[in-house]
Design a protein around this ligand. Structure first.
Ligand code: CAA
Length: 440
């Protein structure tokens, strides 16, 4: 028979610190519902001085390597918007921290938040050619906007590592993709800037335009119709964007899709308000959504099984796929795949189901592709470890956060970073203009 290829293993890691948007709202004199409901975000991860995309990437990949060894892994593709060098691939430091074999190619790929999907497709290509090989794909980002800019509450930090192989245990990636590229200045980061430049309103329409283009191309390529897709995942710069995309896709396809993103569903900082996402005609303040409140997020049965009435809109997993992201914040390249982790870890009815994944990177590229969930996926849940990692983050006061945000290292000066992170790897400092890493 034909060889199936896809994601055999996946892990999510984040930073040591967290900023709670309720604290942020208080400090700014903003209504907290602007963030909880308006953006669909509760918190954002923020790195300690001894963390960056390398330390999060290594932390995400380490358990995968521990479980399945390095046999057949000859390629590492590191996707990031927030790389740490203009020339050397960030993956090289991960290669060293994880003691990976020298018989490997290690490269970095870039196209804003999209590049992890390009890396994933390249990995599928390599394994198609050489089914005995496995490819380590890592998406890792720190999303940084200027202090006091509209993008600031949509910052975040996280890494997702994926092992791509033949006969995968989690997700079989299907061969048809819908693609859309358009040269647009909606979000970018000049070489001399540590924060992104963004035209917020344009970025939202550019995202939706890319979704239209990619969906149209998927159909032209002979891809499945919406009725044949059971769940949909989106790039989540903030979870409300996934809802906007879902409403847009419902319009494109004429299907009645779920559009409820749930607020107050996470543990830390959220007092279990279980507030319903406002701003849509279909989202009432009571009713079936209560099933997706704080209790649902913490129980073992959240997901489609307990969701809305049979007559309501089709449940494509919008609520379950946004649970991690509303606490992580934006993780750029990792965001779509953090959404995948959230779905796999909270939906017990996915075996054999088809998932549609929409990846978007400003600038811009959109790709809509599909995958089948492999039966038995639920035996590999990350729910406990991810929830523990999110809960374990150390909250920053807004003053402390602003000071950390403003502190920028120059490669021109040798520096030893303070030991802060409780994670397994740390950025130790700069010496002779080179960045140094170590096991914590
Ligand atoms: N209660 C409930 N809702 C409230 C509220 C309140 N008290 N106050 C405001 N809101 C709602 C608003 O009605 C609005 O809802 P809609 O989007 O449904 O209209 C929402 O909160 C946002 O408020 P504003 O319209 O005032 O927008 P803003 O000035 O805060 O900016 C933003 C929002 C443009 C997304 C900004 O956060 C930003 O620039 N973020 C970075 C860019 C970004 O993430 N773009 C996404 C697409 S690009 C992409 O996907 C790539 C990427 O990762 C960057």
């Amino acid at each position: 028979g034909t060889v199936t290829i896809g994601i055999d293993d996946i892990e999510l890691a984040t930073s040591h610190h967290v900023v709670r948007l309720d604290d942020f709202a208080e400090a700014n004199g903003t209504d907290p519902n602007k963030f909880r409901l308006g953006l669909g975000q509760d918190e954002f991860s923020f790195p300690a001085p001894d963390e960056d995309v390398v330390t999060m990437a290594a932390a995400a990949a380490a358990p995968i390597i521990q479980r399945s060894g390095t046999e057949g892994i000859r390629t590492m593709l590191f996707a990031t918007e927030s790389g740490i060098d203009q020339s050397k691939a960030a993956g090289m430091a991960v290669h060293s921290l994880l003691d990976l074999p020298s018989q490997m190619r290690v490269v970095e790929v870039k196209e804003a938040c999209y590049s992890a999907t390009a890396a994933l497709q390249a990995a599928v290509g390599i394994v198609t050619r050489s089914p005995g090989q496995r490819v380590l794909v890592i998406a890792s980002d720190v999303a940084r906007y200027a202090l006091d800019s509209p993008g600031e509450p949509t910052q975040g930090a996280g890494a997702v590592a994926m092992l791509v192989s033949a006969d995968p245990k989690l997700l079989e990636i299907e061969p048809v993709s819908g693609l859309n590229s358009a040269d647009v200045d909606d979000f970018w980061r000049p070489n001399d800037s540590t924060t992104a430049i963004v035209d917020g309103a344009l970025s939202v329409t550019a995202y939706l335009d890319a979704l239209t283009g990619a969906w149209t191309d998927l159909a032209a390529q002979g891809g499945p119709a919406m009725a044949q897709i059971d769940r949909v995942l989106y790039h989540q710069p903030f979870t409300k964007m996934a809802k906007k995309a879902q409403v847009h896709l419902a319009g494109l396809t004429g299907e009645d899709l779920d559009t409820e993103v749930v607020a107050g569903a996470s543990g830390a900082g959220a007092s279990g308000a279980g507030a319903v996402d406002a701003g849509t005609s279909d989202a009432g303040s009571t009713g079936p959504t209560a099933a997706h409140s704080a209790t649902a997020a913490d129980s073992a049965t959240a997901g489609s099984a307990d969701s809305s009435a049979a007559t309501g809109p089709r449940d494509t997993g919008l609520a379950t796929s946004t649970l991690y992201n509303r606490r992580l914040g934006n993780s750029y390249t990792a965001s779509l795949y953090a959404g995948l982790c959230s779905l796999l870890d909270h939906d017990e009815d996915l075996a054999g189901k088809r998932i549609g994944l929409f990846s978007y990177g400003s600038g811009s590229v959109g790709e809509f592709f599909t995958a089948r969930v492999v039966p038995g996926y639920e035996q590999h849940s990350r729910r406990r470890t991810v929830t523990d990692a999110l809960d374990a983050r150390v909250p920053l006061s807004i003053d402390a956060y602003r000071a950390l945000h403003a502190a920028e290292l120059s490669s021109a000066e040798d520096v030893t970073t303070p030991k802060v992170t409780a994670g397994p790897f740390r950025f130790a400092g700069i010496k002779g203009r080179a960045r140094l890493y170590e096991r914590a």
